[in-house]
Design a protein around this ligand. Structure first.
Ligand code: SF4
Length: 297
């Protein structure tokens, strides 16, 4: 990590080091839990210039230096020709840290502007074009994995977006096969909180490129969900952690998807279940009930 250490007081530096260690540990755990990176991999790290992608690259570089595995990192930025994009920033940064990289220029901005009527949100076409370009570059450079900078909060936001507006219980996978079927996409920051990454980016003084250069309106639904989660985080500390744990602890028999769970063939066992159906047992909710009572007082 490249902090301007001299300028940071000792106590603060201690906090930064702890944060760095935590992010590295969480990223390492996600990589290991989902077998994201294997020996001999060439990992294409997609770098947008935002805080999350800088943090991703920085943490991966750090892990690479200490990992028992041998893997390569290759940073890629797609210059989408948004007006005012500071094209010198990323090449300078990447040259400075000594990592292999490629900047690919592709004017998706003009395509999006031409196709999407004024005032409509452009993000979905823009992301689709970007995704296609990144897959093409991954093939050209022989990448075996494509790493994206999405974090825990992106995953939870997507869960609620799908639940509220899409009628689906679906979040964002830490590891998946790309839509074109050719690549493995990984999200090594899946266990990291956005606010930790923001602090990390600030401490590391990454040369952030603003994400609103295209002039597109933010996705208002995602924004509303982000605010809802931020309020929960303030009012009920630990709730977001619990929700993410829930994503790793799914009980298909207690949902209502007959494709996921074969309710048709369900038969009485004739003996008590060891763990039973504790869904509505008092003790499961006791602590939550207590905290609700405290809030209501
Ligand atoms: S904010 Fe702009 S650059 Fe980002 S996805 Fe939306 S349209 Fe594309």
């Amino acid at each position: 990590m490249r902090f301007t250490v001299e300028a940071v007081p000792r106590k603060e530096q201690y906090g930064i080091n702890k944060l760095h260690k935590r992010l590295r540990r969480l990223t390492g755990s996600a990589i290991s839990d989902f077998n994201m990176i294997e020996d001999g991999d060439r990992v294409m790290v997609c770098l947008s210039g935002g805080k999350d992608s800088y943090a991703l690259l920085d943490i991966l570089c750090n892990l690479q230096a200490h990992a028992p595995l041998n893997f390569e990192l290759f940073a890629v930025n797609l210059d989408q020709k948004q007006p005012g994009f500071p094209a010198h920033v990323l090449p300078e940064y990447l040259t400075n840290i000594g990592i292999r990289f490629r900047i690919v220029e592709q004017d998706t901005y003009s395509i999006v502007k031409r196709i999407i009527p004024e005032g409509k949100t452009t993000c979905s076409l823009c992301s689709r074009l970007r995704r296609g370009a990144l897959y093409r570059i991954a093939s050209e450079i022989g990448a075996t994995k494509i790493a994206l900078g999405h974090h825990r909060d992106d995953i939870l936001e997507t869960l609620f977006l799908n639940l509220f507006y899409g009628g689906k219980l679906k979040a964002m996978a830490p590891k998946l096969v790309s839509d074109d079927g050719q690549h493995i996409v990984i999200r090594p920051l899946s266990y990291c909180k956005e606010k930790d990454l923001a602090l990390y980016a600030e401490a590391a003084n990454f040369p952030i490129i603003p994400c609103n250069l295209c002039g597109s309106q933010k996705n208002l639904q995602r924004q509303a969900i982000k605010e809802m989660m931020q309020q929960w985080d303030k009012k009920y500390p630990g709730r977001l952690e619990t929700m993410f744990t829930g994503l790793q602890n799914v009980e298909p028999s207690h949902l209502a998807d007959p494709v996921l769970y074969d309710f048709q063939k369900l038969k009485a066992r004739g003996r008590p279940a060891i763990n039973g159906d504790k869904a509505f047992d008092y003790e499961t909710y006791e602590s939550e009930q207590q905290s609700l009572n405290t809030v209501n007082c």
